[in-house]
Ligand binder design. Structure first.
Ligand SMILES: [Zn+2]
Length: 672
């Protein structure tokens, strides 16, 4: 009698169960269907060929069931694929069967046929520049030496892509495949297009915008074809079964979109590094604004110092000049004219006017959607809130609704206050819609369009909008961060940035880092093709030191300030973090429970002399969602091993209470 262990697709503590193999033939990595209680679930074999002796302890006292079905072998995982999932399950403290099946495409019996895009393999348009060439040479010489980490820190416009492209071509020439990760689906079309010209292999784009058929076919194609291919996609493409992987590239490594927030909260960048290690190939990370943690490790770790490369100049154009505009009223009463321009300063409007008059286009950034951030009754102070979360509703004027950013809740914009009947409803704050409306009033003969999630919902819509802008059919783009990443515009010499203050004030230890990264990305949109570009930042705190480092285009200036704050406050890279979220319907019971868990963890750490700070429990930043409350415990440790041992202790000894669930987030992006 043979046995096997199966990671079952079923959430719960016991993720790996033992089954009899029966008449089937199974090996590690095979996908199977197995009975679980009264149901039948999918699973992945993690150990096979086990004898009675091997499993005696784990089967004692149980009636062991038999594997029912082995799924088509084309979907079986290789040892290195399964090892990646096993690493994730361990590192992120997540159920192995769940992480496997959440990543696999749906198995389709009759997938639609899809043509793969194949590159045409032209010669590169120009040679590498003075700054690019030595970096390329250095990395190229180490492409065959197995796993290694490299970092290319190149300012926006320094030509990282051409360095990547040369290294990709070298890798393909060796008959090996390349995994190229990008933070956002928006960026895939332009990279795919460029790469198709200069490589002679298929390029697989993989992101949420493609159908299940396409996902399944991509998967199957990779399983069956040993030929070199480029996989280009967002974080989930890290799971694609590339054979013979020769190079992994993670572009815009710092971007928070690499972190998944629902289900298994993994960071695609970090999983990609692990994947490269398992495939024994190099990984290159790149960014104009390295994450503080990566910059720290590449400049402090002696083994990595000659793996970090920097390009501080643009290949063409110049850095934009930066002007800070003080947006404080200073107590003065605004004139009717000034009020009609709000939230724009008069100076901003003047600059836009002169840019438009000379036939240029203008970009305006704000990090918020809609018309107003919230609506409040002027008479009684009533605020319109999402009953599910208690968070203020945002006003969308075009749709005439108040809508929640955190649930599906929306209502028509009321005409009178439901609590006092007054008609005077104040609209507070601003988003893209408001800026568009103000500009349309000031420049009635110009075409002002929006570029945000509200306006653009598909990849096609995105491409069309960008094309229209490139053609000159749009004079001013008002956009969110969506516009700040990667896109370049020839006729843009003026960029305005509004609303940065709310980003800086976000209650999180990475708030300043994120603001710095966002503004730097935005600066990257200006002056690619000219010597006289200008970026205007409206802020309530122009004296903040962050702005002087931004003005000087000094990453080091920002970094030195930030790293000393991190060291002082004990946040990453000086510690490792994990958050445990507790969810429950009854607030008092939830708080009591989280307090007792926190105490248990503290005791455990004290007993083992672990230096782990147990902070909280504290309410999550949005404490209530759809009737569920969330409280969190933050664990912080200098020694990552202590952190994981503590989490293991917690999981192993956790006494489940009915009505309360928990979720662990290792390396969280948000600590609340
Ligand atoms: Zn009222």
């Amino acid at each position: 009698m043979h046995y096997c262990r199966v990671a079952v697709k079923y959430p719960g503590k016991e993720g790996i169960l033992t089954y009899k193999v029966g008449e089937h033939v199974v090996k590690r990595g095979d996908l199977v269907k197995v009975p679980l209680g009264r149901r039948k679930v999918e699973g992945c074999v993690v150990a096979s060929q086990l004898s009675e002796d091997d499993v005696r302890e784990e089967i004692a006292g149980f009636q062991i069931k038999e594997v029912e079905e082995v799924l088509p072998e084309v979907m079986s995982l290789t040892d290195s694929e399964l090892s990646l999932y096993e690493w994730m399950a361990k590192y992120y403290h997540y159920n192995l069967g769940m992480v496997i099946f959440e990543s696999l495409p749906e198995i389709m019996k009759r997938p639609k046929k899809i043509d793969l895009k194949n590159g045409v393999g032209k010669t590169l348009p120009h040679d590498l520049g003075e700054l690019q060439a030595p970096i390329y040479k250095d990395i190229a010489a180490r492409l065959d030496r197995g796993f290694d980490r490299f970092y290319i820190h190149g300012v926006t416009g320094s030509g990282k892509t051409l360095v990547y492209l040369n290294l990709i071509r070298d890798t393909l020439a060796r008959g090996k495949s390349v995994l190229f990760l990008l933070p956002e689906i928006n960026l895939t079309p332009q990279f795919t297009e460029t790469f198709l010209d200069y490589v002679d292999c298929p390029i697989l784009s993989y992101h949420s915008g493609i159908s299940n058929s396409e996902k399944f076919i991509a998967w199957k194609f990779l399983k069956e074809s040993p030929n070199p291919v480029i996989i280009m996609g967002v974080r989930s493409s890290v799971f694609l079964p590339a054979q013979n992987l020769g190079l992994v590239i993670v572009d815009e490594e710092h971007d928070s979109s690499f972190k998944q927030s629902d289900r298994c909260p993994y960071n695609g960048r970090d999983v990609a590094i692990k994947k490269a290690q398992l495939a024994n190939c190099p990984v290159i990370m790149g960014s104009a604004t390295p994450s503080v943690e990566n910059y720290f490790s590449f400049t402090h770790n002696k083994n990595l110092q000659d793996h970090y490369f920097t390009m501080k100049e643009r290949i063409a154009g110049n850095f934009p000049q930066i002007e800070l505009l003080d947006a404080r009223f200073g107590g003065k009463k605004l004139s009717v004219d000034e009020l009609s321009l709000w939230p724009f300063e008069q100076r901003s409007i003047d600059l836009i006017k002169s840019a438009l008059d000379s036939g240029e286009q203008v970009l305006v950034f704000v990090n918020r959607l809609g018309f107003a951030n919230y609506v409040q009754c002027r008479a009684c102070g009533h605020k319109f809130e999402d009953p599910n979360t208690g968070v203020a509703l945002r006003y969308f004027k075009n749709k005439g609704i108040l809508s929640s950013a955190h649930s599906d809740f929306e209502i028509p914009m009321p005409e009178i206050c439901p609590s006092c009947g007054n008609m005077n409803l104040l609209q507070k704050g601003f988003g893209t819609e408001r800026l568009q409306e103000v500009l349309e009033q000031v420049f009635p003969d110009k075409r002002i369009d929006r570029f945000d999630r509200d306006e653009i919902k598909t990849l096609n819509a995105l491409t069309e909008k960008l094309d229209a802008f490139h053609r000159g059919d749009i004079d001013v783009f008002v956009g969110t961060q969506m516009l700040s990443k990667g896109h370049n515009f020839k006729k843009v010499n003026l960029v305005l940035v509004l609303g940065v203050d709310s980003m800086m004030n976000f209650p999180d230890f990475r708030a300043i880092e994120r603001t710095y990264q966002t503004i730097t990305q935005i600066l990257g949109r200006a002056g690619r093709y000219s010597e006289e570009a200008k970026v205007v930042i409206q802020t309530l705190v122009p004296e903040n030191k962050l702005f002087s480092t931004i003005k000087e285009h000094s990453f080091n200036g920002f970094y030195e300030d930030e790293i000393s704050i991190r060291e002082f406050s004990g946040f990453p890279p000086f510690s490792k973090l994990a958050v445990i979220h507790f969810n429950g319907r009854f607030r008092d019971k939830l708080i009591e429970h989280s307090v007792s868990v926190a105490n248990g963890i503290k005791e455990f750490c004290a007993k083992n002399s672990f230096k782990v700070d147990v902070l909280g429990p504290a309410p999550a930043s949005i404490e209530r969602r759809s009737g569920q409350f969330t409280w969190t415990i933050l664990l912080r440790a200098e020694d990552v091993a202590h952190l994981h041992t503590t989490l293991n202790f917690f999981e192993k000894n956790y006494n489940r209470i009915s009505g309360i669930s928990f979720k662990i987030d290792v390396d969280p992006y948000h600590t609340l």
